[in-house]
Design a protein. Structure first.
Length: 204
């Protein structure tokens, strides 16, 4: 029964890669492997990179490695990305390989922050705010951060845009799950088929 469920799930996931993406966002997350956030932290609005389980380029915003006067570290001792009037223009993160799950810490959240999640190669976008996600704190409290997660229920997440009209928008501690290549789906289905055959032989 578990094999059948896994096979059905694999087929559904394979079919979803060609469908129009729909992204759901919620509080919580930080599942998976943490990615490394890097940047110069010297030149304002210089962007940066995300590396590790997946890779991404960041255009706009600044990656900082130390506490700043305009924002506390999202996680003490860890790099964080700041976008907004203080740190520069909106920051856009684009994945080298699309992902089906992304989670990060949203630091000192306030009503001026806006997150846009892009999917289907950037042709589809959805906007999220602290109000729409029902954050418990929305006043820019620098001692507070909130883990958030976004799941592509169909299709793939290709990028994120962080914007803030007043004050900065700080994020950090990203975790991601890359979307398997089509060949990986084929191997997964073939493996499930072999497992099912072996299970039937053992019963016989």
């Amino acid at each position: 029964m578990r094999l059948m469920h896994a096979a059905t799930l694999a087929v559904a996931l394979a079919a979803a890669t060609g469908a129009q993406a729909t992204v759901s966002g919620s509080l919580g997350g930080e599942y998976g492997t943490f990615a490394t956030l890097s940047g110069t932290g010297v030149v304002p609005n210089s962007g940066g990179t995300l590396s590790g389980a997946t890779s991404a380029t960041i255009v706009g915003g600044t990656v900082f490695a130390a506490d700043q006067t305009f924002a506390d570290d999202v996680v003490p001792g860890e790099n964080f990305l700041a976008a907004g009037p203080t740190a520069g223009q909106p920051s856009v993160l684009t994945f080298a390989t699309p992902v089906n799950y992304i989670s990060f810490l949203w630091g000192s959240p306030d009503t001026y922050n806006t997150l846009t999640v892009f999917s289907n190669g950037g042709t589809t976008s959805q906007t999220f705010t602290t109000a729409s996600m029902l954050f418990p704190v929305q006043n820019g409290d620098q001692s507070f951060n909130q883990a958030v997660q976004f799941v592509a229920t169909a299709g793939q997440i290709t990028g994120l845009k962080f914007e803030s009209t007043i004050n900065a928008f700080e994020v950090g501690r990203f975790t991601v799950t890359p979307v398997p290549e089509p060949g990986t789906y084929a191997l997964m289905l073939a493996g499930l088929g072999v497992m099912g055959y072996v299970a039937r032989r053992r019963r016989g």
